[in-house]
Design a protein around this ligand. Structure first.
Ligand code: B12
Ligand code: SF4
Length: 465
């Protein structure tokens, strides 16, 4: 009998946009939990929903006997997970939620039917929680650190935080055998010509960007050993034969000495595999870091540039300058590394001038690819807190995500669509040059005019060419 069934409520089948992108990654956190509880002697099964369907999951839930169902939650899966919770409860399962989203809304999830919300790292908590659930049921879990539940009177009980795992090298690797990893590699290869696998080299980020969620790992930063990480990579390469790797770290180049030792270890093993990852410009300011990345096979690095306005970067407490973003982008490209940029519109206090500064930055830095998002306040972040009652729900909590919050006092959403068009056309016209880029330039000016009309003002500087 399976003591624990784990799943994550994300179905590609229900996400037309992501089906077009087709860059799915295995749910690493869930696989870490699976490996840890399995090592503790608990039998565990993972139902990976990515390539499956809701009907198939429900069929699995209907197969008796019902036990404990653990679900990973993140920001985008709220409605889906709530649906799974409902169906699981109707079939007699005890439901435990983990991951960054449930940790931010324990009361809401518990009153929607979940039995327990786990916050922080799931490994040790699950190993303590499962026998406690067996012995005491879901309403008397006082003292199980890292959990929240409703007591017999329906009152919310929040147990103390669990201490973070000190030695993350002591953790077993993610239980990749529990799901069909090869399918991910193959889907990538079919759609993009390169099969990809993911792994992490560290947990947690010590920076304090105000909009970023630290719900799981807090502000710690714990690294794996160079040898342990290289062992896992080597295993992945031998086992799944991917063409590329995604280091799913928060800031891959955060620790320069570690990076150079890791690169040396891979070289010693004659491993050079193209990889993609995320970093910060200020951790990419040295030639030897960029050379190391290039030598290791880094083919694309994502930089959270966010804004071209220093005033906005400072109010985000990003700890990075516009000059660093420009420098790091151009320097990475000189080393043959593609740059992807994350950009954010509409952060608190952003004006049309600031939007223009972002357009200027991207035009000048010329990253290979960039993605924009309209800033959204994630619960329990300093950004959410500072907005206070300017965070306005647009839909019922159960049907929405934190991305659906409206922010009072901000420009209308339509303005950011014009900002996007302005940015894309401006960059395009710059790439094509004065003659060939004339049409794009005209489009950029139109988009900028539309944006200004909506903003009801003329910028005094920035992006005003
Ligand atoms: C890599 C990454 C991505 C990659 C995904 C590639 C991949 N999966 O490898 C990309 C760039 C595509 C991406 C996209 C997005 N991401 Co992202 N991503 C991450 C990142 C940096 C690492 C994920 C990871 O592998 N973590 C390592 C594992 C070990 O941690 P974990 O999953 O949290 O698991 C632990 C616990 O949560 C818990 N746990 C997990 N599952 C379960 C289940 C049970 C039952 C229990 C008890 C416990 C438990 O135990 C685990 C081990 O301790 C995280 C930040 C982070 N460091 O985690 C953000 C993060 C998860 N992403 C986030 C966001 C917002 C997004 C996007 C919505 C962004 C956007 N605007 O589009 C999209 C959503 C895409 C999607 N389909 O989910 C937020 C989520 C915030 C929230 N409150 O939900 C995070 C936390 C970033 C942040 N700091 O704000 N992301
Ligand atoms: S945005 Fe990146 S650098 Fe900033 S706190 Fe979050 S993970 Fe760290």
């Amino acid at each position: 009998m399976t003591d624990l069934l784990l799943t994550h409520g994300y179905f590609l089948d229900e996400d037309a946009k992501e089906r077009e992108i087709m860059k799915p990654y295995p749910p690493l956190g869930l696989l870490y939990v699976a490996a840890y509880v399995r090592r503790a002697g608990i039998s565990v099964e993972v139902f990976d929903t990515t390539f499956s369907t809701r009907d198939a999951l429900l069929a699995r839930l209907s197969a008796a006997p019902a036990g404990v169902l653990g679900i990973y939650t993140n920001l985008i899966t709220r409605a889906s997970v709530l649906g799974v919770v409902r169906e699981a409860k109707a079939r007699g399962w005890t439901v435990v939620l983990g991951g960054p989203e449930a940790a931010n809304y324990p009361a809401e999830y518990l009153t929607s039917g979940a039995d327990v919300v786990v916050f922080g790292e799931g490994e040790e908590t699950m190993v303590e929680l499962l026998p406690a659930l067996d012995a005491r049921g879901p309403h008397r879990l006082q003292g199980v650190a890292g959990t929240a539940f409703l007591d017999e009177h329906g009152a919310l009980v929040t147990n103390p935080d669990r201490a973070q795992i000190k030695d993350i090298d002591a953790l077993p690797w993610p239980d990749r055998d529990a799901i069909d990893i090869q399918r991910y590699v193959d889907v990538w290869r079919t759609h993009h010509g390169t099969g990809s696998v993911n792994l992490i080299t560290a947990r947690g980020c010590p920076y304090r960007c105000r909009w970023c969620s630290h719900a799981v790992f807090g502000y710690t930063h714990r690294r794996r050993s160079v040898v342990g990480t290289a062992d896992e990579l080597q295993f992945l390469l031998e086992r799944y034969r991917p063409d590329i790797v995604w280091y799913a770290d928060d800031v891959f180049t955060i620790h320069h000495r570690w990076l150079s030792e890791y690169a040396a270890e891979l070289k010693r093993r004659s491993i050079r595999v193209p990889f993609e990852t995320i970093s910060r410009a200020d951790r990419m300011m040295k030639d030897d870091v960029l050379r190391t990345l290039a030598d290791m096979g880094c083919w694309r690095i994502w930089i959270g540039a966010e804004s071209g306005s220093q005033r906005i970067l400072d109010s985000m407490e990003r700890g990075v300058t516009v000059e660093q973003v420009l420098f790091a982008t151009q320097a990475a490209k000189r080393y043959g590394i593609q740059v992807g940029m994350f950009l954010m519109w509409g952060y608190d206090g952003e004006t049309v001038d600031d939007i223009g500064a972002t357009v200027d930055l991207v035009r000048n830095a010329d990253p290979d690819v960039f993605l924009t998002t309209v800033a959204y306040p994630i619960k329990n972040t300093p950004y959410f807190d500072v907005l206070g009652d300017r965070v306005v729900a647009t839909r019922a909590w159960a049907e929405a995500t934190d991305r659906d919050y409206d922010v009072g006092g901000r420009y209308p959403r339509e303005l950011y669509r014009h900002a996007d068009r302005w940015l894309r056309q401006e960059v395009e016209s710059h790439r094509l040059g004065a003659t060939q880029g004339a049409a794009a330039r005209a489009e950029a000016l139109k988009a900028r005019a539309a944006l200004l009309a909506l903003a009801g003002g003329i910028p005094s500087s920035g992006g005003s060419r």
